[in-house]
Design a protein around this ligand. Sequence first.
Ligand SMILES: Nc1ncnc2c1ncn2[C@@H]1O[C@H](COP(=O)(O)OP(=O)(O)O)[C@@H](O)[C@H]1O
Ligand SMILES: [Mg+2]
Length: 244
Amino acid sequence: MEAVLKVKDLRVSYPYGLGKEKVALDGLSLTVGKGEVFGLLGPNGAGKTTLIKSILGFVGVKSGSIELLGHATLSLAAKSRLGYMPEIANYYWFMTPGEILDLFGALAGMKRAELKNKIPAALELVGLSGQKNELVRTFSKGMQVRLNIAQAILHDPEFLILDEPFSGLDPLGRIDIRNILKKKKDEGKTIFLSSHELSEAELICDSMCIMKQGKVLKEGPIKKALDERGEHSLENYFVKIITE
Ligand SMILES: Nc1ncnc2c1ncn2[C@@H]1O[C@H](COP(=O)(O)OP(=O)(O)O)[C@@H](O)[C@H]1O
Ligand SMILES: [Mg+2]
């Protein structure tokens, strides 16, 4: 399988206090294949968001390498092939979803005529067509996540990076998000998501990486990993790996 993301021996630390450093990624390596749904799994504080921010160039990397879509450094051209859903998106509450997507589409370099078609299509896909002209201020958590996903997929990127797409959703919301992601996978997109919702990850992900304290404990296809240990659920497997 063609690799679209290759992370090698990545080290990232955050400064804190006087001359001290908090190590967030401690020699982390992983590979994501084209067309895969890859789940970055780990407890809170494992370094999932830090890895995502490193891939996007939002945090400085101390050492190691990241190769994404064939590029060793993230050029503007490569960035336009990515979609990113942040863990926390504070959209302007006085705007409507239509206006927000218009703004983000323009920032992504999309043309007016293109936006005219793509905005209704994205809102339709995430089930927000009926709320197109409502203020984001009135949105529930589930509606905010849908808008966050619409923003990430608007320009039809081939590589989607989603930070905790299932967090805070009710069961119906999760099913909807799962179906949206399945649709994107069927279109051949690669999806890289972080989650601590293991039952969701098991349903949607092909491969996974279990992280703890900035290190990879296990990486590979989920089914293969469970079979190797005779486990029937990712949750049981995860608990064993994390506590070993
Ligand atoms: N801006 C920051 N400054 C200092 N420490 C940070 C910062 N962001 C994250 N950390 C620390 O780095 C570690 C990894 O955090 P994070 O990547 O957010 O983990 P996760 O997304 O898996 O919950 C944690 O110990 C966290 O406290
Ligand atoms: Mg996080």
